[in-house]
Design a binder for this molecule. Structure first.
Ligand code: AMP
Ligand code: GLY
Length: 397
């Protein structure tokens, strides 16, 4: 099969790397990809971002399946357009992707279908939002409605921080349209986990569990980032929590979408908060794999990912088709200087040829200039390793 993968992050390198191991794979194109995908056997980068041009490319190169990594093209309707052109693609439609692209949509959806989540209200008027903070008090959470690359959430520990967040989003337009509408929600405590499944519209296949590390620095300090690392499995997701997540969150979401006239096909990622009484609440939905969660998850997958996704794209997914290695894996992100504020680009990366057993270096913000691998993004590499214990994996990474 000829495969096209959309995206350029560590997630897409991991997807392409895993798919390249499938006996079904002939040629894999990544648009636009990074230095890591460019340097991998069977994989070729193509510099196309425009959806219509991607459709033309998929036709010309006889692409059998397209897989979408990031949220932006999903929310722009790449899946709708490929399907209109009779091209096979795995991912949610624009309508289904609203679960991620609008927090207001996803909160209303959860409330309507009884999916556990934090109490909230939606605001467009600064004054009403400020009044609400005065009434509720901190800690409290302010979220931009639209896509903001993981930066649209402020967990305000003081009233002052909450008022400032409202000003930034609603009055100063710091997030543009994404922040023209905000939601303010109850502050939840507990431990987070990333719960990701594959869905073909009817059948759900849960992937191995994982947990990502959002803060920039060690010991949960520093600002939130897209994710500085992740490991799999997440021990916090016990068998009991797993069952709860499926029954209280995942199945009602797929069913609820169906009731609302939207078939859900694609990856579905529920960010869960698990409290000390093992109650779960949904912090957010993503309509894609996590980054960096994909890297440690796929590092443990024994089964053929291409077969799974190809079957899923045709509505032929089976619940038990994924087998996992019985171990732990971890990805530690190496980021550019001054990430996430003003990452420095164009530094040469050395040492990439290290070939430790049970490790792999996934690229994210890298590009090839001549023979040199240079930094070109905030998160640069995902050093991934596995071991019999989480500590062993961590030390190796
Ligand atoms: P989100 O993009 O909605 O997942 O938010 C990003 C991060 O903000 C989450 O992973 C949590 O660490 C934190 N967060 C979001 N909502 C809440 C909440 N209601 N209570 C506490 N922390 C939250
Ligand atoms: N690592 C969090 C995300 O992909 O949204």
């Amino acid at each position: 099969m000829n495969i096209l993968i959309i995206g350029n992050g560590g997630r897409e390198h991991a997807l392409a790397w895993k798919i390249a191991q499938s006996s079904l794979a002939k040629k894999i194109y990544v648009a636009p990809g990074n230095a890591g995908t460019e340097l991998t056997n069977l994989i070729e980068n193509i510099d196309i971002q425009d959806i219509d041009l991607l459709i033309q490319f998929a036709r010309e190169r006889k692409i059998d399946l397209t897989i979408v990594g990031p949220e932006a093209p999903l929310s722009q309707g790449i899946v709708n357009k490929f399907k209109e052109n009779n091209l096979k693609i795995f991912g949610p439609t624009k309508e289904a992707a609203q679960l991620e692209s609008s927090k207001d949509f996803s909160k209303r959806f959860m409330k309507k279908h009884g999916i556990p989540t934090a109490e909230y209200q939606t605001f467009t008027e600064p004054k009403l939002a400020h009044d609400y903070i005065d009434k509720k008090g901190s800690p409290i959470v302010i979220k931009a409605d639209g896509l903001a690359s993981g930066k649209g959430v402020v967990v305000a520990m003081t009233d002052n921080d909450a008022h400032n967040a409202i000003d930034l989003m609603l009055s100063e337009n710091q997030f543009g349209n994404a922040g023209a509408r905000i939601i303010i929600e109850e502050y939840l405590t507990g431990e987070e986990a990333s719960f990701i499944v594959i869905c073909d519209g009817k059948t759900v296949l849960p992937l191995a569990t994982s947990q990502d590390h959002k803060r920039l620095l060690d010991n949960d300090l520093g600002p939130n980032t897209g994710g500085m690392g992740a490991y799999s499995p997440a021990p916090i997701v016990t068998a009991e929590i797993h069952e709860k997540a499926m029954n209280e969150v995942i199945y009602p979401t797929i069913e609820g979408m169906k009731k609302d006239g939207i078939e859900y096909t694609g990856f579905l990622y529920a960010g869960l908060m698990i409290d000390k009484n093992s109650q779960i609440k949904t912090l957010e939905f993503n309509c894609r794999m996590g980054d960096p969660e994909t890297q440690p998850i796929l590092f443990r997958l024994e089964s053929d990912l291409l077969k799974i996704l190809y079957d899923a794209a045709q509505g032929k997914l089976e619940e038990n088709m994924a087998l996992w290695e019985n171990n732990f894996s971890i990805t530690v992100v190496m980021a550019a200087k001054d990430y996430p504020n003003k990452p420095r680009f164009n530094d040469e990366i050395l040492g990439l040829d290290s070939k430790e057993k049970d490790t792999y270096i996934f690229h994210a913000g890298t590009k090839l200039i001549g023979q040199k691998v240079m930094t070109s993004g905030g998160r640069v590499l995902g050093i991934t390793a596995k071991g019999q214990t989480l500590n062993e994996a961590k030390n190796k990474a």
